[in-house]
Design a protein around this ligand. Sequence first.
Ligand code: ISE
Length: 339
Amino acid sequence: MGKNTTLQVGLIGTGAIGRTHIERINNTLQGAKVIAVSDAFAEAGKKVAAQYGCQFFEKGEDLIHDNNIDAIVVTTADPYHAQYVKEAIKVGKYVFCEKPLAPEPSVCKEIIDLEMAGGKKLVQVGFMRRYDYGYQQLKKYISERTYGEPLMLHCAHRNPTVDESYDTPMAVENSMIHEIDVLRWLLGEDYATAEVRFPKKTRHAHEKLQDPQIMYLTTKSGVRIDVEAFVCCGYGYDIKCEVCCEDGIISLPEPSNAMIRTNASRVYPICKDWSDRFVQAYNTEFQEWINACKAGRVDGPTAWDGYAGQVTAAAASKARDTQSIVTIDLPETPDFYKK
Ligand code: ISE
């Protein structure tokens, strides 16, 4: 398709995250329009279709095959991502898949094999933190070794609260998966081991949730990382990343907010949730995806990155369940996926 024509997007899964992506593609960004949607819950999907003047497809597969659709966005529940990503690969269309690519590493591997067999990169995974301007500053300093070799990273992933459906495994699989991806990208290397330990449990966590948790990762070159997940922290959505290098400590910038003097205090408001904290990252991620589709490329996190994330998360989950250190067995990145 030409650079100046509008990319016609079909979106599968019209839940909360799907709707925010339709909104940003149609009303904030440039060069694309969501013209069709599909949802397993037809009632809900039809409402969204009517709201945005889109065509509704009962079956995601039919949307993917429709000749008017240039590219696909998959925002269904996690276990259904893979079937639509595979279908998009089969018809040779670009597909943006929210994280995770698939919950099981073996299914991510099937996607990779299919994509490689087709001979063209088509898949991008929704690891939006790579597009956050703060993380991009860290990436520049680390890649250029401005402050020497990175040695240790101290990170935190704090949510104010989570609902009853969020259980102990989700701290790794749903939350710290973002650190797993973004730190691998920042450091430009794969992980060697994972470990997850449980500090004393907060009284604010429900029965099925062990909170907080600390995940320890080591990279192949020996960098040590600790990530605190504290998803019932109460006070706000707060993401921290401190990179200790040989000649300096680099910290992820705090989102800039006006300082307020009130109640005999000076306060800087903190974001309430992730959609608010990473709105710029989501917008940049999608604008770059649109531009890349039009240029006939995949620039962002690939299916291999999705696979690497799930292999690491599976190792961390095993480490959590066995309370031991687990070795991470990730093959070398194939040339097909090297940038
Ligand atoms: C949620 O699913 C996300 O993807 C957010 O980015 C993350 O910060 C949050 O902890 C998850 O539950």
